[in-house]
Design a protein around this ligand. Structure first.
Ligand code: R2B
Ligand code: URA
Length: 301
């Protein structure tokens, strides 16, 4: 039997709010957030551990990153908000995200147990989602043939009872190739096999310069992206190592299929309009549907 678990960016617990496809908001006054240029300029020199004496001013939150000053607008991608497109002073976001390895790992534990109790045979798990590309055309679908951590190691690390446990992130190469080959000539996008880097954070952890803090330089970022590219990495997301390691541990065949939303060599912000992102977002689903169809057909023939 074939069971497919499509994990769309592990967005567990999302509720849809009007006008938002990614998160839910309850709106009220934004009286705790400020982006004051002088404070950012002053505070950029602070040490990266966050050891500053007083980072608030009458309760206002200051952003310690002067890079933000040069942005035309700051797109808060996960919140579907922008500093120009929305009146943030009028809005306050109470956001419920399920992004990253911790929430995914909980889900995988329970889905794997479910497979066992339901007596499912030979399941295939596929994670589908979005990612940032490295040196590939935005909109490209990357079918991972390896998953590495931020240090480019093929492991998922986790503390268990106070001891670090390293688990291999080996992915099934035949499955990765089979899914890549499902691209049709008529598809307006490329489908490639490559390594995927899994980060614990969207901003500093992915070398971005546009987080609320930034203590690295543009040169550090570019050098890091070049090293990743040289190691065969073509996209960055936030669940791959956990997904690969946990399914490998459970002897479940699995694949990771993610579309890229931007080329990180060219920037950090996810700029394409929502209509374009929505079209790109379904590409992994299209490819994976072809895979499901093919296997269902071969079972009925
Ligand atoms: C890709 O996109 C999400 C962050 O924007 C995260 O879940 C991931 O892996
Ligand atoms: N998801 C990520 O984790 N990184 C990106 O750059 C885009 C989507």
């Amino acid at each position: 039997m074939l069971a497919l678990q499509g994990l769309v960016d592990a967005q567990i617990g999302y509720r849809r709010a009007a006008g938002s496809t990614r998160a839910s908001f309850s709106l009220s006054r934004a009286d705790g957030i400020s982006l004051s240029a002088p404070t950012m300029a002053e505070s950029n020199g602070r040490n990266a551990n966050g050891d500053s004496k007083d980072r608030t001013d009458g309760g206002l939150v200051h952003l310690q990153n002067r890079n933000l000053q040069s942005l035309d607008q700051d797109i808060l991608y996960h919140l579907s908000l922008g500093t120009r497109s929305h009146d943030l002073v009028e809005m306050f976001g109470d956001v419920k995200h399920g992004i990253g390895t911790p929430s995914l790992q909980i889900l995988l534990h329970e889905v794997i147990k479910l497979m066992h109790y339901a007596r499912v045979k030979d399941p295939v798990f596929v994670r589908i989602g979005t990612s940032g590309g490295i040196g590939v055309e935005p909109g490209t679908v990357v079918v991972s043939d390896g998953a590495v951590n931020e240090l480019m190691e093929p492991y998922h690390e986790q503390a268990v009872c106070g001891k670090m446990v390293k688990r291999s992130t080996k992915l099934n190469q035949d499955l990765a190739r089979e899914i890549r080959d499902l691209r049709r000539q008529s598809d307006e996008f490329q489908v490639v096999n490559a390594k995927t880097m899994c980060a614990m954070d969207f901003y500093e952890g992915q070398g971005r310069l546009d987080g609320a803090f930034c203590y690295h330089t543009e040169e550090d970022k570019v050098q890091y992206l070049r090293e990743l590219h040289k190691a065969g990495v073509r996209n960055i997301e936030m669940e791959a190592t956990c997904f690969a390691a946990v399914t490998h541990l459970a002897s479940i065949r699995s694949a990771i299929v993610c579309v890229t939303f931007l080329d990180r060599f060219k920037g950090d912000q996810v700029c394409p309009p929502k209509s374009v992102l929505s079209q790109w977002e379904v590409r992994p689903q299209e490819i994976v549907c072809r895979f499901i169809r093919r296997h269902l057909q071969s079972r009925t023939n």
